[in-house]
Design a protein around this ligand. Structure first.
Ligand SMILES: Nc1ncnc2c1ncn2[C@@H]1O[C@H](COP(=O)(O)OP(=O)(O)O)[C@@H](O)[C@H]1O
Ligand SMILES: [Mg+2]
Length: 388
């Protein structure tokens, strides 16, 4: 007599992979019976025998119960019985004379499996894409985008033309994804382009972002789309996860030059087919999406690093330069006002006279060749002046 263990659907694959790693072999009852393997079982091997199918049979036709009771009694101690928890209530009653105890397997439940199923059923219809906006939504998208992103006027103009064409040809099935490849020094606003699109599309969720600077290079593709099926701990990959979490049709790929050839080829496919496919063959339709790739490489390295096929796939390739002093000044005014109004709202309405002008006066704009440093200087100056 023995214990019957129940597993849930979310636990099963985790359970199976950890137990297999520990040397257990899994057999289903029907397989065992049809191949007459009972006599052939190795006495030194530990087995899990899944009786779910047998239980389903007994529930439907309890005249099978006698056979089943006899059968279970004929196994040795190297067998542990398991069963789908969906049958728990019926099983406990019907097999009350077969097992002396009932319990649950100990295994992490695969939350991502449940989450994924849920997300797949709610998406992708609810995703807000540039291709789905009506004319007035599109107008306010551009207004919003253009005020968020300072300077980069030429890019803004080209971006608008690209979007207008994309909206037409995406509908004709000829242009799946709008891809932007932004190069240039650090801190000039490349990533800010994606943040601004994200906000202008009205997202209330996290930006779907992959940063290849965070990946170790030799298994970048595995991190991105998951390791091949059957590997212990294999998952669906970060890309699909991030895309599922987002509510708008935008993906940011930061520090793209740090990826490897396998990844480059993968994205060539994505841009061509408008689909994200992971190692477990799950597909997600990303037609109508914008993908922003950013990179710190120079124009020369761009050619040696990225294949001609992929280069020609990008709809926009451009160098981002540091904002002009005029635009930097506009940025400073805007940031200082923004900080002051937040401070009023969250901290105190009591601020020194002429705070805005005094902060601005202390910042020597032309000195800054990186917007991150400029932003830090604005913050530091604000803090020093609010204290006195
Ligand atoms: N053109 C810009 N308009 C508004 N903010 C900007 C702009 N450029 C840079 N910033 C600000 O400067 C910081 C660095 O910019 P970021 O886009 O992250 O740089 P990178 O080019 O390295 O991706 C960000 O915090 C961003 O808010
Ligand atoms: Mg960046």
């Amino acid at each position: 007599m023995s214990t019957l263990f129940f597993y849930t659907k979310q636990q099963f694959f985790n359970f199976k992979s950890t137990q297999t790693a520990e040397g257990f072999e899994f057999l289903s009852m029907s397989k065992l019976l049809s191949s007459q393997r009972i006599d052939e079982l190795d006495e030194c091997q530990q087995y899990y025998v899944d009786i779910s199918s047998m239980v389903a049979l007994v529930i439907a036709d309890d005249s099978q119960l006698l056979n089943f009771e006899q059968l279970c009694g004929s196994f040795g101690g190297n067998i542990t019985f398991i069963c789908d928890k969906a049958y728990e209530a019926d099983t406990k009653y019907l097999l009350r004379n077969v097992f002396d105890d009932f319990s649950d397997v100990e295994a992490e439940s695969d939350e991502t499996l449940a989450e994924k199923e849920e997300m797949l059923s709610t998406k992708p219809d609810s995703v807000k894409k540039i291709t789905n906006l009506d004319d007035s939504e599109l107008k306010s998208f551009f207004e919003n985008f253009n005020t968020r992103l300072y300077g980069h006027e030429r890019f803004k103009k080209e971006f608008k033309e690209l979007v207008n064409s994309f909206r037409v040809f995406n509908r004709l099935g000829e242009h799946k994804i709008l891809s932007l490849f932004l190069m240039g020094d650090s801190g000039v606003g490349k990533t800010e382009v994606a943040r601004s699109i994200h906000k202008a599309l009205g997202s209330k969720a996290k930006l779907a972002k992959i940063n290849f600077g965070n990946y170790s290079s030799h298994d970048a593709l595995n991190s991105l789309i998951g390791s091949p099926l059957g590997y212990i701990g294999s998952d669906g990959g970060e890309l699909l996860k991030r895309v599922h979490e987002s509510d708008v049709g935008l993906i940011l790929i930061d520090e793209f030059e740090k990826a490897d050839n396998a990844v480059f080829n993968y994205f060539l496919d994505v841009l061509e087919n408008g689909k994200i496919v992971n190692s477990q063959a799950e597909e997600y339709d990303v037609s109508g999406y914008i993908i922003v790739f950013t990179s710190n490489i120079t124009k020369e390295n761009f050619k040696s690093k990225i294949s001609p096929e992929l280069r020609s796939r990008f709809d926009y390739k451009g160098m981002f330069n540091l904002l002009t002093d005029v635009d930097k000044k506009k940025f400073v005014h805007f940031r200082v006002n923004q900080i002051i109004s937040k401070y009023r709202e969250f901290v105190s309405a009591d601020i020194p006279d002429k705070l805005h002008d005094n902060v601005v006066a202390e910042i020597d704009v032309p000195r800054y060749t990186n917007m991150r440093d400029l932003n830090k200087k604005i913050k530091d100056t604000f803090v020093s002046l609010i204290k006195t």
